[in-house]
Write a protein that binds this ligand. Sequence first.
Ligand code: OOG
Ligand code: NI
Length: 475
Amino acid sequence: MTNAPFVSADAIRAMFSGAMSDMYKSEVPQYAALSELVADINREALAKDPELAMRLKQAGDLDRLGVERHGAIRVGTPEELSTIRRLFAVMGMAPVGYYDLSTAGVPVHSTAFRPVGDEALRRNPFRIFASLLRLDLIDDSELRREAAAILARRNIFTLRCLELLAMFEGRGGLDEAQAREFASEAVATFRWRNEATVPAEVYYNLRKAHPLIADVVCFKGPHINHLTLQALDIDAVQLAMSTRNMNPKAIIEGPPRRKRAILLRQTSFKALPEPIVLKGADGSIEAGAHSARFGEVEQRGVALTAKGRALYDHLLAAANDSVRAASEGSNGAAYAEELRRQFEAFPDDETALRDEELAFFRYSPTADGLRHAGAPSLPREMAGLVQAGYVRIDPIIYEDFLPVSAAGIFQSNLGDAGQRNFAAGANREAFEAALGIAVLDELELYAEAEARSRAASFKALGLDAEPERQGATGQ
Ligand code: OOG
Ligand code: NI
């Protein structure tokens, strides 16, 4: 046995996401084309906006511009979810947030496995949106039993992947060679396998119950269903996809375009039909087509407090109530206009976002501030420090997902056949029981990051701790 040093979780995550990206680009050539398109548009955006280019460079983000921000998978059983959770723990990714998608007609609930520290996010921002199928939402009990029996027969992990996982948990780490092997074995879990595990009749029955059920149940593994690139100008990407016949979804999900970006905007090209092989019990073979895999882009803005989020949810619901976007795109422009109109009620300058406690910000001492550290003339409260130019304020970027947007992404890739009404609501308890641990609360993470940055600024300037603030978390 060697005594090579352990590799960091951030490094293993980078190995994994790099291998995943290579695999997906070769499996889905249109995703490789999207990635080139986004790189071109990002280059143009940087050329047009030198200030943005400088900011990204200073933050060390320029090199990682082309690195995927997230991917998504869907698993079928509690056991699969809990092993997935252990797998992502090796890569420094913890489950954050609970997303109930049943309210939007999609029979899954989900979490996002992601790095939680600022530094870890900077090193490699990759996260996985992971959904667990809710068989309890299928009405037909016979179909439910059949789906459960099919899922119970499969093992989605390679033997070596499970061995390396146990080794990591036993020893607390992996050396370089083991980490590389682990990343490649882990990626194999998510590769595309075109032979369905069921005969055509079963596949079509499940697909009729809900296209998502067929996607999760009928294959050997939870194929990665999309990867997502960061776009500096998502509107330009949306436009370019339509002029290049890449079949984009009808609308960009999330808030409208604004001066001060909030939360998350997303769009994708729609899932492509791909050939599959369905084997009958008698050995007969039937060809079919299955649509599951697509490519996505995202653009992120500032994280909102509970108060800001409530306003966002309210305005989004109002827009959705008055113009429902059709998945074929016929009223995309009307929807975008209504969204823009509704969001006039959401303040669009940084001072208002802060003063009204709608968003989270990161505070840091400036060079000038540090030169004055410990000086008796220093203001004792934050507002004064900011005004004097001793502390600067930057938005804390939203690192999570949005349930309404996620449902929109699911649906545009399933067609209108993907819309159902489910009576049962959220079941976070069942989800966490399957996961094996509780999910982290994203609002708490942002509030802590903001509070930490304020405390660190005070400390760096040689000041006593800041007095307790009223309503500091915006709750
Ligand atoms: C996940 C859809 C959600 C996002 O970016 O909101 C998602 C899926 O289709 O499995 O990835
Ligand atoms: Ni996504």
